[in-house]
Write a protein that binds this ligand. Structure first.
Ligand code: ACO
Length: 429
């Protein structure tokens, strides 16, 4: 009769243990009882980079990396991208259900009411050098928001939490647009609360010299789809950073600022910027085969925008983005780098190196091409990820805060250094 347990024999002592298996996991703390004697701390699991460790229970986002499935609260990403809007998806992520018309109107109204930032934020922005990376500006200004809302420390109150979550979702496009305007030496454009979330953002970024400039509807729609695709992705690096920092019960602005800094890295949200640099370096379709050879030679060159820790199949978000490319390029004209990207994908997907390692295009492979065609400079791409991911960060943060099993995050280590040394005076070293 099969049982949901794991039998372990410790060959150091000959003792046998039976550990419970639940949801395909054993509890790491159950290993602690396995000791060689009373002085022994007990067995631990060693898992650098959390390759095989579940850090929480979560009901928000489901990924099946082998089958290439992504669902928010049970709804497939493809259906949401086609039929929903970013704010409706945000409501779904935060509340677990799709909203009724009244609920959605109320939510959109609440977000819209919070789009303005304190005037002092502009002074804060002005302190950055003209060439500061907009992600550094975004991370710093989001962290600074905690100084404007001291009540945000009250993380145990649902009402307080929800106001901060709305504020973060609402203010992120404003802060992102301000950081872009600063780096371009342009005056800030205030939010226009008569516009949709995404249209308002594009207007704050692009509008110059007129109050009635509006972005093309097709571009607003395409960007909103990209926002939906980026809204959450379960326990990725930036979400884990947000959860870990938030587990100290710091306010959500500080926790989300940690998420933003994690996202800044080239192996995470910075990858689409790296994809464009790579495509430019390749320069022409005819150089693709040579580039693939270099990647396979293992000289450290990576095919950026390929591979994923979880997806061992085509990233479902990359499929939707590839489709959105056509709609954007119909308005902006084709990005000439697209041909190189398509050729790279074609060659890589039939090459043994990539097939054996299950390396497929990820969300970043095509998104940079769209952003560039829309006129965003490469250093701004990661902000286009941070804006929509904000709802994921705050939803995951709230789930962590309200989970009775969670405590302050504090991993263990295997100590490899020296011990018990005596201090030596500086003139004796
Ligand atoms: N190009 C070439 N080889 C690759 C690539 C790549 N893009 N990605 C992985 N590999 C190879 C590795 O060298 C390794 O080969 P080996 O077994 O011969 O040593 C094998 O595939 C397994 O790769 P790992 O590095 O172990 O995979 P891991 O899960 O740690 O890394 C990651 C995932 C970081 C995304 C990696 O695939 C990568 O660096 N890709 C390029 C950067 C990128 O596109 N990042 C965006 C990810 S999506 C996101 O964050 C939104």
């Amino acid at each position: 009769m099969p049982q949901d347990t794991l039998s372990i024999t410790d060959n150091r002592t000959g003792k046998a243990y039976e550990l419970k298996i639940e949801n395909g996991c054993i509890r790491a703390m159950d290993l602690r009882q396995i000791k060689t004697g009373p002085e022994d701390f007990g067995l631990m699991a060693y898992d650098p980079a959390f390759l095989n460790t579940a850090n929480c229970r979560s009901a928000i986002t489901y990924i099946d990396g082998d089958k290439g499935i992504l669902e928010y609260r049970g709804y497939p990403i493809e259906q949401l991208a086609e039929q929903s809007s970013h704010l409706e998806v945000s409501y779904l992520l935060m509340n677990g259900e799709l909203p009724t018309k009244t609920q959605l109107d109320d939510f959109v109204n609440k977000i819209t009411l919070h789009t303005y930032v304190h005037e002092n934020i502009k002074g804060f922005m002005d302190g950055f050098r003209y060439d500061a990376h907009p992600m550094s500006m975004l991370a710093s200004t989001v962290a600074a928001l905690s100084s404007f809302y001291p009540e945000a420390k009250n993380v145990k109150s649902k009402d307080v939490r929800r106001v901060q979550m709305n504020r973060l979702i609402a203010k992120m496009p404003t802060l992102a647009a301000f950081s872009h305007r600063h780096s371009q030496g342009l005056p800030y454009v205030y939010p226009n609360n008569e516009l949709s979330y995404t249209e308002n953002f594009l207007t704050m970024v692009k509008s110059i010299g007129t109050t009635n400039w509006r972005p093309h509807k097709a571009l607003v729609k395409a960007l909103d789809i990209l926002f939906i695709l980026h809204a959450d992705h379960e326990q990725n690096c930036s979400t884990t950073a947000t959860r870990v920092v938030g587990s100290s019960e710091v306010d959500p602005y500080s926790a989300v600022a940690a998420g933003i800094t994690a996202l800044y890295g080239p192996l995470h949200g910075g990858a689409n910027e790296a994809v464009l640099r790579m495509l430019r370096e390749i320069g022409d379709k005819k150089n693709v085969a040579e580039f693939i050879k270099r990647v396979k030679a293992g000289d450290g060159t990576k095919l950026m925008g390929f591979g994923h820790r979880v997806y061992k199949n085509y990233d479902p978000r990359a499929k939707v983005i590839k489709k959105a490319c056509d709609e954007v390029f119909a308005v902006t004209g084709k990005n000439p780098l697209l041909d190189i990207a398509v050729e790279l994908e074609r060659i890589a997907l039939q090459d043994d190196y990539f097939v054996q390692r299950k390396l497929y295009p990820n969300v970043d492979f095509y998104s940079g091409l769209i952003y560039e065609a829309m006129g965003f400079p490469a250093e701004f791409f990661t902000l286009l990820f941070a804006i929509p991911r904000t709802v994921g960060w705050v939803t995951q943060w709230e789930e962590m805060i309200t989970d009775n099993e969670q405590k302050i995050s504090r991993p263990r280590q295997i100590f490899t250094g020296q011990r018990g040394r005596n201090y030596v005076a500086i003139d004796k070293r």
